[in-house]
Design a protein around this ligand. Structure first.
Ligand code: G6P
Length: 613
């Protein structure tokens, strides 16, 4: 939610910042803005995407070697030019960009208004800018900009990643973090600041991830790190392993399509080094220390949001079936506010692509306070959740830029499948033979996904027939019920067609009333234990003239005779089938969205990383 970029050095800041904003646009695209420091601070901001800002700035003076930029996902105040960041304090002393939410902003605003401050925008960020200025002016030359920032932040409740320009100290940027991520890239006589590493990687691979409560004062050749309480901190410099190709479209029309087609590779990357070359064992180094806790857990609680929650639902089937440990799956947002019962011997698995989702993070903290062991499954290295959890596994899917999650989902399910198989084996719930069979099945997945991707043109043809539908129903049973939910979510997110996922048998308790000749029903019906039952469900849909698009196991002849369209996937064990059957659903939603002229990579109102509750 909101992307932040900053630069200080000898180069022109504007091109670096605008490129960085384009990389971060997936975090929000309601408005964009820059502030460039030269002899004065020049601010340009505009409602809409970064290219609207570029049009505004065309032919204007953007020279200067220090600057900040912001791309916004609106929380306080509608998306318009005035509410766009940066925000400058009333007397011009401080210019601020902010990602996060100041929860006590209305109280702070009232106090500032009582002291004569006027506000031009509806944002919480302008309150912060004015609060810093108020403290600075009140200090009557006794305190510097950094002190004013720290004192102001000590009064703020909420989450923030901020970067600040101080008019009286134009040789520096001040950055601070609580809750919302900030990464600082270290160059030769220059520093780069961003919400994540994607704008930084083309300049340097040396970075510092700010911790909560950190305040960094950054000059072009010097960085000092403190806490808000003024304790000095040693910056921990880390190396990025990301490569620049992974954040480019590489010839694909959209990031989403690239990411769908990348899945044979990303799944391989997820199990690389974790499955022995001779396929004799699974090794999850990140879980080594907590493995006894997992094996002896009376219960595993899975916490996540969005697509990651669907991966959690797949894991419920996997872990309960294969390892026989009870599992509950929770939305982070519900868990954190419903006074959950948490036992010390519970193990919590938090799943998050970004590692920054506010509700998931808050739920983790509640579980930790209750004394439970918390394991993270995240994609973004160095993000907040891996730092907050006791142990974890990175999914290593590579940067996911498309707002609708695709390869991150299959990577999460791959990790969760490995965990389930390992627990099943360690707890003697599956035989050695079965363990080896599962491992083999998993390693066959990338080539099977490759096969499915060859159906892309068939799926495109089917998409053309249904692109104008107003509703879709997705049905699946067992392991494939969460896949139905995920298929429906993908369609809703990017094509704005209403879609619902249902356990196929539950259709009779409601959605069947919706079925007529205009209702496309996507049925995930590969050959497994409930095959006969799902065939009956397809018949029920056909009896009411619904249109059936079925995802079937290759060679299936029964459903071919019943369904309007079939998309085949290679045969697999039913526990592995989610990794295969989700691929055609991703492609279906992608093609329908493109045909409806929707912005696939940046769907309206959504953001990739939801750092507000
Ligand atoms: C947003 C994204 C989804 C994602 C969800 C959870 O809604 O648009 O794609 O599944 O957040 O995000 P996380 O990073 O925690 O997996």
């Amino acid at each position: 939610m909101c992307g932040i970029v900053g630069y200080i050095g000898d180069k022109e800041a504007y091109p670096i910042i605008i490129n960085g904003l384009k990389r971060l646009e997936y975090r929000g695209y309601d408005s964009a803005g820059v502030a460039i420091v030269d002899k004065r601070t020049k601010i340009y901001k505009k409602k809409g995407k970064v290219n609207e800002l570029e049009k505004l700035v065309y032919n204007k003076d953007v020279s200067g070697n220090i600057g900040i930029g912001h791309t916004r996902w609106a929380t306080h105040g509608e998306p318009n030019d005035v509410n766009a960041h940066p925000h400058t304090s009333e007397n011009g002393h401080f210019t601020v960009i902010h990602n996060g939410i100041i929860e006590n902003y209305s109280r702070l605003k009232k106090r500032l208004e009582d002291r004569g401050y006027n506000f031009v925008s509806k944002t919480d960020t302008e309150v912060l800018a004015n609060l810093i200025e108020f403290i600075y002016i009140k200090g009557k030359g006794e305190i510097d900009a950094e002190q004013a920032v720290r004192l102001a932040l000590s009064k703020v409740i909420g989450a923030y990643g901020i970067v600040i320009i101080a008019k009286d100290e134009p040789d520096k940027l001040i950055a601070a973090r609580k809750g919302s991520p900030l990464v600082i890239g270290i160059g030769e006589g220059e520093y780069f600041i961003a919400s994540d590493a994607t704008p930084i990687i083309e300049h340097t691979d040396s970075v510092i991830y700010l911790n909560n409560d950190n305040v960094a004062v950054i000059k072009k050749d010097q960085l000092t790190l403190k806490t808000i309480g003024n304790d000095k901190r040693e910056p921990l410099i880390q190396k990025l392993s990301m490569d620049i190709g992974s954040i480019e479209k590489n010839g694909y029309d959209h990031f989403m399509l690239k990411e769908i087609f990348e899945q044979p590779k990303s799944i391989t990357d997820t199990f690389r080094g974790r499955i022995a070359a001779d396929l004799s064992e699974i090794r999850l180094g990140g879980l080594h220390e907590v493995m006894p806790k997992l094996e002896n857990a009376k219960r595993i609680l899975i916490i996540a949001c969005g697509t990651s929650w669907h991966a959690g639902l797949v894991a419920e089937y996997l872990i309960e079936t294969i390892a026989r440990i009870p599992v509950e799956v929770e939305y982070g947002s519900e868990f954190r506010y419903r006074k959950p019962i948490i036992y010390k011997d519970d193990v919590i698995i938090a799943i998050s692509q970004s590692g920054e989702t506010a509700d998931t993070l808050a739920a983790i903290n509640i579980a930790k306070e209750a004394g439970a062991t918390v394991v993270g499954i995240c994609n973004v290295v160095g993000s907040s959740i891996p730092r907050e959890t006791h142990a974890g596994v990175y999914t290593h899917a590579g940067p996911e830029i498309g707002v609708a999650s695709t390869k991150a989902f299959t990577a999460q399910v791959t990790v969760l499948t490995m965990i389930a198989i390992l627990l099943g084996k360690n707890n003697n719930k599956i035989s050695e033979k079965k363990y080896l069979e599962y491992i083999k099945e998993l390693t066959d997945i990338p080539s099977k996904v490759e096969e499915i991707l060859k159906s892309d043109s068939l799926i495109k043809e089917i998409s053309a027939l249904y692109k104008n539908a107003s509703n879709f129903l997705y049905l699946g049973r067992g392991y494939l019920f969460p896949v139905a939910l995920e298929g429906a979510l993908k369609l809703k997110e990017i094509s704005y067609i209403h879609a619902e996922g249902y356990p196929a048998a539950e259709m009779k308790h409601g959605p069947i009333a919706l079925i007529d000749e205009n209702m496309p029903v996507v049925v995930i019906a590969t050959q497994d234990n409930s095959y006969d039952k799902i065939v009956s469900n397809i018949q029920e849909v056909k009896a009411r003239n619904g249109k059936v698009i079925a995802i079937v196991t290759e060679g299936d002849t029964v459903i071919k005779d019943l369904a309007d369209h079939v998309i085949e996937v290679p045969k697999s064990h039913e526990a592995i089938a989610p990794l295969l059957t989700v691929i055609p659903l991703q492609l279906l939603s992608y093609h329908i969205a493109v045909m409806r002229d929707c912005n696939v990579d940046q769907p309206r109102n959504l953001a990739k990383s939801v750092t507000v509750e």
